[in-house]
Design a protein around this ligand. Structure first.
Ligand SMILES: [Zn+2]
Length: 110
């Protein structure tokens, strides 16, 4: 895609990459704080910017099988969480197309 520019977010609360402070998401797009990532607590977001998506892979979770893509910071390449491509359990379908960001990898930039 060749997207090398970075989007700047505005809002009451902006979350950024803890390593390079690149803007990732606002509190307005947060759906839930009650998720677990690879490194502890994680947040579910409706939309995230300035990321690169990896290849899809199937990952079993406590809530059933999911197809996910790891997501990386567009600037420093840190793995920040993942995107849900597909949930196999009907009750988990609301997560499709949404993003998980690990709390420990986020910093308040605004
Ligand atoms: Zn970064």
């Amino acid at each position: 895609m060749g997207m090398s520019y970075r989007r700047y977010l505005y809002g009451e609360r902006v979350y950024g990459c803890s390593k390079c402070k690149t803007h990732l998401a606002t509190i307005h797009s947060m759906i839930s704080r009650a998720f677990n990532g690879q490194h502890g607590r994680a947040y579910l977001f409706e939309s995230v910017v300035n990321i690169v998506e990896g290849e899809p892979c199937d990952r079993p979770m406590t809530t059933g099988n999911h197809t996910v893509r790891d997501i990386y910071c567009i600037k420093c390449n840190t793995t920040l969480g993942w995107k849900y491509d597909k949930a196999y359990e009907v009750s988990q379908r609301y997560k499709e197309g949404k993003f998980i960001l690990e709390r420990n990898l986020l910093v308040d930039v605004q």
